[in-house]
Design a protein around this ligand. Sequence first.
Ligand code: PMP
Length: 459
Amino acid sequence: LKKPELCRFKQRTETLQANNHKHHLHPFSDNGALAQEGARVIEKAQGVYLYDSNGNKILDGMAGLWCVNIGYGRQELVDAATQQMQQLPYYNTFFKTTHPPAVRLAEKLAEIAPEHLNHAFFTSSGSECNDTVLRMVRHYWAAKEQPDKQVIISRKNAYHGSTVAGASLGGMTPMHKQGQLPIPGIVHIQQPYWYGEGGNLPADEFGIHAARALEEQILSLGEDKVAAFIAEPIQGAGGVIIPPDTYWPEIKRILAKYDILLVMDEVICGFGRTGHWFGSNYYDLQPDFMSLAKGITSGYLPLGAVMVSDKVAEVIRTSGEFNHGFTYSGHPTAAAVALANIEILQNEGIIEKARTITGPYLQQRWSELAAHPLVGETRGAGMVAALEIISDKTSRTRFDDKGTAGTLCRDFCFNNGLVMRAVGDTMIISPPLVISGQEIDELIEKAWKSLDQTAKALL
Ligand code: PMP
């Protein structure tokens, strides 16, 4: 850009930043520190690229917040929203009413979800899905005259949202510390994070060990007290933690033995992230509930859905009123956009392509980063991946002051035109499913360069 143009960009950015900090409190941010630094202003996006107010083009390696699965700028979704807004922008589904987009979306979700999940309860977010699950699970057992079955088992370092129930179900201690969480009736067991917590155990043995923590917890509480187990197929915000292959089969065995419901939080894994429609398909699981959001509309509008199994829905249907719902449950415009999004995923074979072509290519190229002196491990599945920044490869030693290396690397990435997220010193990516081979090459090249710069700054 020419100098006068740069000046104009800079001036505009500074004005936006100043006004932003006067009136806007950011989620998951130190708002004081952010005001000093100035928030980045993203102004538009197309395909896999973001454009900021300084004229920079940035490859979005996180698909927004793991959600823009079909990429930015799809006119079909704009048209679906426009038409629905003209026809019926809003109506509720509370008092004996429904509308075509909610009906069609529920039908479509039943078609693509695992066979026995044929009922949708609509929300506007992942957090609201998990709040809904908590209440529905407890309502289910009460209706079955087992009212003591109330405890929900989750995992440390899980992320299930930011509402009171969502944050309580999640296992993030910094979140629990604010607001006296978790609420009663929720306990957290060990996560299946082999690289971080496996010690000297081989991955497969550690997978069994981590799964057995569930059985121990059930036995210690008493199986007549335990209502459900909630988990992400692959932990996302916790650092893309991919359980060892032995983990899920053992969990399945334990849940069946003690008659405990399985809730899969598919907010990230749903709609193709693993190269399959759902993480439950990827791991061959038959959950009683699936929480869906993000990729359901590719993030174009807020929408969530809890998919409920036939077994549970039958009880809910025959036990009177379920006193729960949201003004925007089944919001017609959001539902219309979700339908258009799912149609694109289906018609363009995007998930199949992620499974057979782009996913394997991304994983192959990503694994090359393991050769970098700063990288202790790379891992991934489908279109999601992580790497561990360490100071010593053989002993898995991390840098002092956890998070510094990750933050450095993330900032270098951004300056090099790549969004990569840092969770402590774990770097993670989750790009739009439509990313091309050439764009994957660009992502890897920029990641390597940023790791080099991080190494130089640290060593
Ligand atoms: N569950 C999981 C697994 C998530 O990753 C998220 C969001 N990152 C949520 C729930 C919460 O979703 P939302 O932010 O839409 O409330």
